[in-house]
Design a protein around this ligand. Structure first.
Ligand code: NAD
Length: 254
């Protein structure tokens, strides 16, 4: 299909899980080009090795840390250098850690988690937004933030993670209020438990419990989140801004 024909995108955390599933779906949906951002070039190269030559040719790889402001400037610039515009920015890079109670949570864990999951997204919105305002033909663009079910409720043992996901969901609302009148759209997706390497930080013995707390009694697949991201990224969601889209199997509580 050609839902994204002519459009260009950036996806952070693009080498794995939800990010790479999104890259694949965007390519299948006819995207003109994507900047894939992740920590290492080896991780990115390995991910894109499964793509066809045509798909690979539409990818620009950028090994960089989203916690640096230069990274956010650079990926927006790369899209402009190569394709002359930036239409879609998927703010997906994120980390989780083993469960630890709030009373035992170290400042280091708090800062690391907030740095990747919240600062990284703030910088991404800031510089993707600035770039999208300069698109030829007038300001336009869609920013999609990957929050979490844990950005909608408390999460025992995951205080820093949950706070970071509430932070970016709130940021999405503020960005939508500021940027929608300028011609951009900003929305968030809240995934439930999805089988990706991120879930490996939780003991496998706890996975059935997570699955059992969804109405479907199963964990989700990265492709099921990518479909929601595609909706919010594309013109199919042309009347959505500030929307929080839960994609969680009808989840109750972890
Ligand atoms: P994942 O670990 O498979 O992928 C995350 C990617 O982000 C990795 O490739 C990693 O290298 C990259 N990354 C991490 N820190 C980075 C940094 N500082 N700079 C650049 N890249 C960085 O995990 P995933 O499950 O696909 O997670 C994607 C997003 O979805 C995250 O924001 C996560 O919090 C969110 N999420 C995941 C789940 C789940 O159950 N898997 C549920 C809700 C939300």
């Amino acid at each position: 299909t050609s839902l994204l024909e002519g459009k260009t995108a950036v996806v952070t955390g693009a080498a794995s899980g939800i990010g790479f599933a999104t890259v694949k779906l965007f390519l299948q949906s006819g995207v003109r080009g994507i900047v894939l951002v992740d920590l290492t070039i080896s991780g990115l190269e390995k991910a894109v090795s499964v793509l066809s030559p045509d798909e690979r040719g539409r990818c620009e790889l950028l090994a960089a840390n989203v916690t640096s402001e230069d990274t956010a400037k650079l990926y927006a610039e790369k899209a402009f250098e190569r394709w002359g515009r930036l239409d879609i920015s998927v703010q997906n890079a994120g980390i989780a850690s083993e469960r630890v109670g709030i009373l035992d949570t170290e400042v280091h864990l708090w800062e690391k988690t907030m740095s990747v999951n919240a600062l990284g997204v703030f910088l991404g919105i800031k510089h993707s937004g600035k770039a999208m305002l300069k698109n030829p033909g007038g300001a336009s663009g869609s920013i999609v933030v990957v929050s979490s079910q844990l950005g909608l409720e408390g999460a025992p043992g995951l205080s820093a993670y949950s706070a970071s996901k509430w932070a970016v969901r709130g940021l999405t609302l503020t960005a939508a209020e500021e940027l929608t009148p300028m011609g951009l759209r900003v929305n968030s997706v809240c995934p439930g438990p999805i089988v990706t390497p991120l879930l490996d930080v939780f003991d496998k013995s706890t996975w059935p419990k997570m699955a059992g707390q969804t109405l479907m009694n199963r964990l989700g697949r990265p492709e099921e989140i990518a479909n929601a991201i595609l909706f919010l990224a594309s013109d199919n969601s042309s009347y959505c801004s500030g929307t929080t889209l839960k994609v969680d199997g009808g989840y109750a509580k972890f």
